[in-house]
Design a protein around this ligand. Sequence first.
Ligand code: HEC
Ligand code: HEC
Length: 295
Amino acid sequence: MRPVHLFALILQNRGMAIRPFLCLACLALLGYFAWNDAVLAQDKNPYEGNPEVAKLGEYQFRLNCAFCHGLGARGGGRGPDLTRAQKRHGNSDAEMFHNIHDGIPGTAMPAATNGGIGVGMSDEEIWQVISYLRRIQVKAPAQPGGNPEHGKQLFIGASGCSTCHMIQGKGGRLGPDLTTVGASRSVEYLVESVRNPSRRLAQGILEAMKEFPEEYESVSVVTADGTKLSGVLLNQDQFTLQMLDTREQLRLFEKAELRSFETRRESAMPVYDQKALSDKDLQDLIAYLQSAGVQ
Ligand code: HEC
Ligand code: HEC
């Protein structure tokens, strides 16, 4: 197996490394549930409709959740819009409590207890946050209005997104896998990612193995024989530089042997302006992204 393929496999299975830990965590949680049944038996919000409690919840939300879900819970760079009445992981009080209390395995949604978020929240504080979320929930389900079928055609066809992005295992690797991006990001974030890719770079490929998430930076090199290459930076240290070039070849260079190299906090994704992609087509693409991760 060529190293490139091996690496591609690693990329593809990036989520795998943490799964055994999640399973362990699940087992631990099961035990915890059995023991903790009494607390969780309460599956209705004891403070339902209480505006004072919702106010306290708003404070808790700003402190613990707005960082990912945005101010007003309308969605941010790291978490979805929570004002939508139709939630992906359950609409009932009990399900929301569970999602917040224990986090959502396999996603970036952390448990609010056990130090997952800040110092950990009490059950009472979680019910406060739910009271707040109920108060700001919009009645009508947010309609993206776009046509996901047409969005899919654009994604794999005319707009060329799938040359760099994978959805459900199909597509390119230069950009991040977009299978769950529609479910986990706000519409504003998605629009901005397409209209203005360099403004806020996606979290990097090796994020799972790093203490600090890296961003998808761009890199260009000129090798000793004058060959020019560009792509995304995977890794670098004082002496070496690793990149995925635009033909998806993994390359490793000794910096000292390069004629020149340059890394830029800039997206390798082209800017799609109104000429390249109309607002209507962008809406269809977003409708497709939003439907893609939901099975
Ligand atoms: C580190 C970022 C992060 C923090 C902090 C965070 N969340 Fe989340 N949350 C997410 C992501 C990402 C998802 C989407 C998971 C998915 O479906 O991929 C999510 C999903 C949820 C959901 C489920 C939404 C649905 O559609 O079913 C709820 C409810 C929720 N979060 C509430 C909260 C609350 C309340 C807090 C604060 C106590 C919080 N979150 C803190 C990232 C975060
Ligand atoms: C030439 C390769 C390329 C093409 C074509 C491309 N992208 Fe990207 N895209 C990238 C790269 C690289 C990134 C990571 C850097 C960044 O955040 O802009 C990215 C990031 C994104 C993100 C942000 C993902 C996140 O997790 O934050 C979205 C959304 C996105 N692209 C959607 C699209 C859509 C929709 C199209 C087609 C209209 C498209 N891309 C076409 C390379 C590409």
